[in-house]
Write a protein that binds this ligand. Structure first.
Ligand code: MN
Length: 380
């Protein structure tokens, strides 16, 4: 596993912006693309060129920015979509069409044969133009496996470079994901990209399950932005690959927090404190046992170092604090409490936190100290 070459495809600018209520300005799109490129992302799905207007201009600007990453445009299996992508200067296209019967019958009002014909025509056209091609099987997870295999073979024969396995409604779980991806790869030998949605909170788990089954491409978005509950989060998948599978992509992961904050602001989606990998609570310890452990050796209560993702370790003083944390906190202010003093102070600290229903600020701790010991302390 550790020798696997995994390619990261970020679709923050396409699926991420498709999130209901999210619009990036072109300036923001270019900035996000540059940050993704600097981070180490291999391919950036930049938008949908056939939409024209600002969308097309943004894709064109990203193509001209001289990034190392491959730039991909999203397309229906329609020649004029691909022509619009070409006009923007992308080197890669995603050609997307539904493969599930429910989509084919109710959305496309077509047949499986129609799907295959349109896919092949579009892929052949794009390949003739020298583009890298991902054949996207929309709603792959609800597609009949035999037809999905037929679709993958047709895509491969037409020249497609990979298949994007889309869990469009986010209904996969890791064990079924593993089985289906393994079956698909064994039957066709095609390269597979995982594109998983998070409706049941399993997008990252399913992405990793797909990698274990042999998928070499992972489709992600910053902070998991995307349709409905979003996509697999870039930062979760990259850190998961590194720490759970031992696959180090050598990304500049110390940029994760900064990138998350930027995309959060640009999308108007607040970053939850408990967000995996980049949330501000990731390296905050309050409970006495945890804070004591983390102070003695961070590895006791942390999966990796905060600096690795651009965060800092914080010991928070509150209801669950113990004497070790209290002594460490006061030492930051230059006050060295004895163990006995810390024990004396602790009940007052806990009572204040219960009253306020939160952890305490530095100043509040200092007031408690002053009230208790009758002398002034200085913060800082
Ligand atoms: Mn999607």
């Amino acid at each position: 596993m550790t020798q696997r070459k995994i390619v990261v495809v970020d679709t923050t600018l396409r699926d991420g912006e498709q999130t209901a209520g999210v619009v990036f300005s072109n300036h923001e799109k270019l900035r996000i693309a540059k940050l993704l490129d600097e981070l180490g992302v291999h391919q950036i799905e930049a938008g949908i060129p056939v939409m024209g207007g600002d969308e097309q201009e943004a894709v064109r600007a990203i193509c001209k920015a001289g990034l190392k990453a491959s730039i991909m445009g999203w397309n229906r299996p329609v020649i004029r979509d691909i022509e619009a992508s070409l006009a923007c200067g992308v080197d890669a296209v995603a050609i997307s069409i539904s493969t599930s019967d429910i989509h084919i019958k109710y959305k496309l009002k077509a047949t499986r044969e129609w799907v295959l014909e349109n896919l092949v025509r579009a892929v052949e056209f794009a390949k003739k133009e020298g583009l890298y091609v991902s054949a996207n099987a929309e709603d792959a997870s609800r597609s009949d496996m035999d037809f999905l295999i037929q679709f993958a073979r047709a895509a491969k024969e037409a020249g497609a470079d990979r298949l994007r396995y889309c869990d469009t409604v986010g209904i996969m779980e890791p064990f079924t994901t593993y089985e289906r991806i393994k079956t698909l790869i064994e039957a066709t030998g095609i390269d597979v990209e995982m594109h998983m949605h998070n409706d049941f909170g399993l997008a990252t788990a399913n992405t990793l399950a797909g990698v274990r089954a042999g998928a070499n491409y992972v489709g992600v978005t910053v902070i998991g932005l995307g349709e409905r509950a979003g996509n697999a989060a870039l930062e979760e998948v990259v850190m998961g690959l590194k720490y759970l599978y031992g696959i180090d992509l050598n990304f500049k992961t110390e940029m994760f927090r900064e990138l998350a904050e930027y995309v959060s602001r640009a999308s108007g989606r607040p970053l939850p404190v408990c967000k995996p990998i980049v949330g501000s609570n990731m390296f905050r310890h309050e409970s006495g046992i945890h804070a004591d452990g983390a102070l003695k050796h961070p590895g006791t209560y942390e999966a990796f170092q905060p600096e690795e993702v651009g965060l800092e370790r914080q010991i928070v003083i509150g209801k669950h604090s113990g004497t070790a944390a209290l002594r460490a906190k006061f030492a930051e202010y230059g006050i060295h409490l004895t163990k006995h003093q810390a024990e004396e102070l602790l009940p007052a600290v806990r009572a204040a936190a219960v009253d306020l229903k939160r952890s305490l600020f530095d100043k509040e701790l200092m007031y408690i100290y002053e009230d208790f010991f009758g002398k002034r302390g200085h913060v800082g």
